[in-house]
Design a protein around this ligand. Structure first.
Ligand SMILES: *[C@@H]1O[C@H](CO)[C@@H](O)[C@H](O)[C@H]1NC(C)=O
Ligand SMILES: *[C@@H]1O[C@H](CO)[C@@H](O)[C@H](O)[C@H]1NC(C)=O
Length: 188
């Protein structure tokens, strides 16, 4: 018991220190709104999608750059688990075609990894560990791409989730761009 309590106390202390370290240099909090959204989104490769996502989120009002990153990250998290569910359902109806079936099985594995990596990205963002955000989001994108590529190994096949993968990839690129601004200490 006692050693657990000490271990917990130690963990809390080290997490606090980590937070303090991770917060330097201090990013001034600028209030959000459409100006910040427009400015931020113009630094991403998918300006319109970025604006649509952020403007339709009630949380973007008054959010700073960090808050905007969190909004897009949460969208990515729900996206990736929706895609997993879609693959699950597709596979349910395709037992006749063994190639398709095996592709979908591989995709479930890739997307399970992508889900885990986006979860790790959410945590990394909480800790403002921007390098880790970059690592995990990139890994999730590469897993999504692996799924898509599987279908191309046989002629006449194409990924039934190509459209969803494209959107997820774009969302991830938006996160990477905002994350880059954050890592550079930009706040507006
Ligand atoms: C992913 O998010 C985008 C933007 O919010 C949305 O348009 C799209 O439908 C989502 N896709 C899935 C599979 O959840
Ligand atoms: C797969 O199909 C079965 C039987 O039709 C159904 O009970 C199950 O809910 C389906 N699973 C998914 C993930 O759609």
């Amino acid at each position: 018991m006692k050693s657990i309590a000490i271990a917990v106390a130690f963990l809390v202390i080290s997490l606090c220190q980590f937070q303090i370290l991770a917060q330097t240099p201090q990013t001034p909090t600028t209030s959000g709104g459409n100006d910040l959204i427009t400015k931020t989104c113009s630094s991403t490769p998918h300006v319109e999608m970025c604006k649509t996502i952020l403007q339709s989120s009630p949380n973007s009002k008054g959010a700073d750059l960090y808050g905007l990153a969190q909004i897009v990250m949460n969208i990515a998290a729900s996206n990736v688990s929706n895609i997993y569910e879609s693959i699950n359902q597709l596979q349910n109806g395709t037992t006749v075609d063994s190639f398709l079936d095996s592709c979908l099985t591989d995709c479930l594995e890739s997307y399970q990894d992508a889900i885990d990596q986006i979860e790790d990205s959410v945590t990394a963002l909480e800790f403002k560990a921007y390098n880790d955000v970059n690592t995990w989001v990139s890994a999730a994108m590469s897993d999504a791409a692996t799924c898509d590529m599987g279908f191309k190994e046989k002629q006449g096949y194409q990924s039934p989730i190509a459209q969803m993968t494209t959107v997820f990839d774009q969302i991830c690129k938006i996160i990477l761009a905002i994350n880059k601004l954050l890592s550079q200490g930009n706040s507006n």
